[in-house]
Design a protein around this ligand. Structure first.
Ligand code: IPM
Ligand code: MG
Length: 363
């Protein structure tokens, strides 16, 4: 097959991990006889520095003209002044909103080889395999009014958590569809005891649930969910939740796997087009040192192959290669455990490529 993939390396470790994702995609193309055409565009802080905008028009146009987008990370201390007129994160939100990518799929699966890398006890981690399905273009991130006003000492700031019935139902429908292909359980997370938008969420979630009688459904308040996530994480199958709740819960869930450097994500809309990105940030403290873990990006490439290009066997092969690399004891610094073989970013990408197709001769 032929596919056009737009690369948005972004800031910090973004370019380093995206380069390893491209390396793996190129290896997949060579092995399976596909042609992937890559184009690169600017986003985030590096786009602000070059063009003044965190999301130049050309970037959005490039993304719209492609089959899928692979993004690294945005942000960093250089652009984090709270009084700045433009921020790198606006680029990412503009991209999600502009491309209509309302559903963010964040799989959280514990690798047996990495149990020692988590701060949690092994018996709590046994069998953990869930998807956090995060609503991505509504809620607190996009509600209006939003902004600051007034003069010292009477300044104020406001954000709005708003949802429409349509926004909730399309996300919940995807949650139930995903659950049907898995363990058939959906946990809808809200704060319905306090928030009006959550009471709408809960009402609509139950209406959609009635269309899926074969799937079990439960509601959990977000504060309780944050507790159950580390007390009994193996009980969850598909967690569906509001934008900011999903942002927070997915960072927490990454600690089940051992590191943010292991969690991929797919942002999806109506069609097959998708934006794929690791859930981690730009990690400015380790940027440019060649030590960042590229596995979250490589696993995002597997999701890209599966969801946007329909290449399930190729996606399975990438995921199996990551499994094999970890089982063989190779680690980056974030998931290092005693006795492992420590690899840098480029070496880890090379190791995954060597294991693609079942090779067991990685160095
Ligand atoms: C994420 C990130 C982003 C978010 C930031 C960088 C805007 O934390 O993808 O989880 O909050 O959505
Ligand atoms: Mg986040």
């Amino acid at each position: 097959m032929q596919a056009k993939i737009t690369l948005l390396p972004g800031d910090g470790i973004g370019p380093e991990v995206v380069a390893e994702g491209v390396k793996v995609l190129q290896a997949v193309a060579a092995r399976y006889g596909h042609t992937f055409e890559f184009t690169e565009a600017l986003i985030g802080g590096s786009a602000i520095d070059t063009t003044g905008s965190p999301l130049p028009d050309e970037t959005l146009a490039e993304c719209r003209a492609s089959d899928a987008v692979l993004l690294g990370a945005v942000g960093g201390p250089k652009w984090s002044d709270p009084r700045a007129a433009v921020r790198p994160e606006q680029g990412l939100l503009g991209l999600r909103g502009g491309l209509g990518l309302y559903a963010n799929v964040r799989p959280v699966k514990v690798y047996p080889a990495l149990v020692g890398a988590s701060t949690l006890k092994p018996d709590v981690l046994a069998g953990v395999d869930m998807i956090i399905l995060r609503e991505l273009t509504g809620g607190l991130y996009f509600g209006v009014p939003q902004g600051q006003s007034g003069e010292k000492p009477n300044r104020s700031g406001v954000d709005t958590m708003a949802y429409t019935e349509g926004e909730v139902s399309r996300l919940m429908r995807l949650a139930f569809e995903l659950a049907r292909g898995r363990r058939k359980k959906v946990t809808s997370v809200d704060k319905a005891n306090v928030l009006a938008s959550s009471r709408l969420w809960r009402t609509v979630a139950h209406e959609v649930a009635a269309e899926y009688p074969d799937v079990e459904m439960e509601d959990i308040l977000v504060d309780a969910c944050s507790m159950h996530l580390i007390r009994r994480p193996a009980d969850f199958d598909v967690i569906a939740t509001e934008n900011m709740f999903g942002d927070i819960l997915s960072d927490e869930a990454s600690m089940l796997v051992g590191s943010m450097g292991m969690l991929p994500s797919a942002s999806l809309g109506a069609g097959k087009f998708g934006l794929y990105e690791p859930i981690h940030g730009s990690a400015p403290d380790i940027a440019g040192r060649g030590i960042a873990n590229p596995l979250a990006t490589i696993l995002s490439c597997a999701m890209l192959l599966r969801w946007s290009l329909g290449l399930a066997a190729e996606a399975d092969a990438v995921e199996a290669a990551v499994d094999a690399v970890l089982a063989a004891g190779y680690r980056c610094g974030d998931i290092r455990t005693p006795g492992c073989v420590l690899l840098g970013t480029v070496q880890m990408g090379d190791a995954v490529v060597k294991y693609l197709g079942g090779k067991s001769d990685a160095t």
